[in-house]
Write a new protein. Sequence first.
Length: 142
Amino acid sequence: MPLPRKAWITVNIGPALLAWLLVIMPAVISAQDSDQDVSAVYLLAASQSLALGPLLGLSQSMVLRKGTGRWAWWIGANLASWLIVDAVIYLLGRLASDLDVFTSDGSLVEVYLTLIATTPLTGRALLWVLAPSALTVPTATQ
């Protein structure tokens, strides 16, 4: 499906920039001002910004709705994949003492594993949302 390049880039960068400006930077600045450990605060703020996944799903669906009848499913699929991955990583950290790094406060491992693990789930959902049978605009192959 042809997506408007500028709109797609904007809906991907916009929420990430907002999460950075509204969640991460204020927490880091506050930690610096109060002589707290900035790295721990940064990691906690970064893990809180994992809500960025569903926010991205919402903003991306606004672009997808112009070309697919399944655009609303993208919001739910994005939210579901983040919730599933967060729950699995949390449970793994609780069930296996060797994996307690997943649930320690501000674990960088948890942040990056969550980001990486959601990719196959959201990618599969995006393939379904953009399936030729769901497109509402003609493509070059139709």
